[in-house]
Design a protein around this ligand. Structure first.
Ligand code: GDP
Length: 424
């Protein structure tokens, strides 16, 4: 069986975690290749309910090796907290089932400070950052001003490197923002409290992945966020600071030569978006409140109410295209069961013309949605497990979406539990 990537097609929060949790049964290795702890997956299985931020969602399957690749923002503090929480719920995490790339850059405590300070400076022009330090982290990574995880094994070099970085960061913290600076003692404490704890998990994950592939093991790449948040192809500048696309998976994992022939794009049956930025199909008022409540659309990391709207077929078709999705998992179809008729965004009006093409980001501000309605099914579908049992209107909804985005829908999810899935 070939390698597979599970990626988001929309703005994130599509339900990738539940799909990875389901599919890890068929894979030996699960790799996170980008992003950090700034978003979250919710996974519900026999072991309990878990909010994962940085840990790969394969962590619950015995025998599955989970990898944090070089492309992730490795935050030792948050990772250690998350590991402790998951372990306290009875899940075993050892260097045999979790491996961290020695080439992953480390997110420093000052990245979180700078994120917060910059959002405060921007005031009402803010980007809606989750303040986990992700943007300052990736800027520093590309400036080559980060420490690599593997440097923890070279204490003398690490000491000098950290001292040099702190000197530079302290200048920015104090003179630009008038904020508190970092002392050597603070960094030593951070090293002891968090970095030392994750050190046993650090190794050359590229070598592991190449060996795994050579031995016929199957690799699953797990993305964070979705197409529209991709740094290069998303709704710039309201994107994240990493590449959320399947094409980046080999690079961010440590195995640039990996072939990914199966790309499962996860699409939510309606739209949600967290934070600022254009969201053409956004619904407001009571209609929005009802959908938010039914879908329980509140951020896994921040608890912020998510912005909601009908499925956006323009953005979704574009999102599936940039992911090069070979198939689609449509999630949360059950949430729409309360609606008499279901709104669908089928086009955008840009400069007075209707288009199905997703426009350049700057044109999104003035774009207006074209909304059409499909018949609702008005019955609980959460216990249905086969395509044939689905009400005709629900089938028609799925087929309508499939025709519009031009990629086969192979999974329909009707609940958060592992087994609440219809295979097509
Ligand atoms: P991710 O980051 O893409 O994994 O998405 P989130 O975890 O933020 O959001 C998905 C949420 O929806 C989680 O709370 C899941 O448990 C839940 N969920 C996933 N699939 C379904 C579904 O088909 N129906 C319902 N009702 N909930 C779902």
């Amino acid at each position: 069986m070939s390698n597979c990537a599970i990626v988001g097609v929309n703005w994130g929060d599509e339900g990738k975690g539940r799909m990875v949790d389901l599919l890890t049964e068929d894979y030996d290795v699960v790799v996170r290749f980008q992003g950090g702890g700034n978003a979250g997956h919710t996974v519900i299985n026999k072991k309990g309910k878990f909010a994962l931020h940085l840990l790969p969602s394969g962590i619950f399957r015995d025998g599955v090796v989970n990898i944090l690749g070089n492309g992730v923002a490795l935050d030792p503090e948050n990772l250690w907290r998350e590991m402790s929480e998951v372990m306290s719920q009875g899940v075993s995490i050892t260097p045999d089932n979790l491996m961290i790339s020695d080439r992953a850059s480390i997110l420093m405590p000052w990245h979180r400070d700078l994120d917060e300070l910059e959002e405060r400076r921007l005031a009402d022009k803010k980007f809606g950052s989750t303040k986990q330090g992700i943007a300052p982290f990736y800027s520093d990574k590309y400036q080559k001003k980060t420490v690599l995880a593997g440097e923890l094994f070279y204490p003398e070099r690490l000491k000098t490197h950290l001292k040099d970085l702190a000197e530079w960061k302290n200048l920015i913290l104090s003179s630009v923002y008038g904020a508190e600076v970092y002392t050597e003692e603070m960094l030593d404490r951070w090293l002891t409290d968090y970095c030392e704890r994750i050190k046993p998990f650090i190794r050359d994950t590229g070598a592991y992945l190449r060996d795994a592939q050579a031995n016929g093991k199957r690799i699953l790449f797990e993305a964070q966020l979705g197409s529209l948040r991709d740094l290069d192809y998303g709704i710039h500048p309201y994107t994240t600071s990493s590449n959320t696309l399947a094409a980046y998976a080999p690079i961010g994992s440590g195995f640039p030569g990996a072939r990914v022939s199966r790309v499962i794009g996860v699409v939510k049956a309606y739209s949600t978006c967290v934070g600022e930025g254009p969201f053409v199909c956004e619904m407001f008022g009571e209609e929005a409140e009802k959908l938010r409540k039914e879908g329980f659309e509140y951020g896994a990391k921040t608890g912020r109410p998510r912005r909601v709207g009908p499925i956006d077929l323009v953005a979704t078709r574009y999102g599936a295209m940039v992911q090069a999705a070979t198939e689609i998992a449509l999630t949360k179809l059950d949430v729409l069961s309360y609606m008499d008729r279901i709104p669908v965004c089928t086009g955008y009006i840009v400069d007075g013309k209707v288009t199905r093409e997703f426009p350049f980001p700057a044109a999104l501000d003035s774009a207006k949605p074209v909304i059409e309605y499909l018949e609702g099914w008005k019955t609980d579908i959460s216990s249905i497990r086969t395509w044939d049992e689905l009400p005709a209107a629900a089938k028609e909804y799925v087929l309508y979406v499939q025709r519009a985005i031009e990629v086969p829908i192979t999974f329909v999810s009707v609940g958060p539990e592992r087994e609440s899935i219809i295979l097509r």
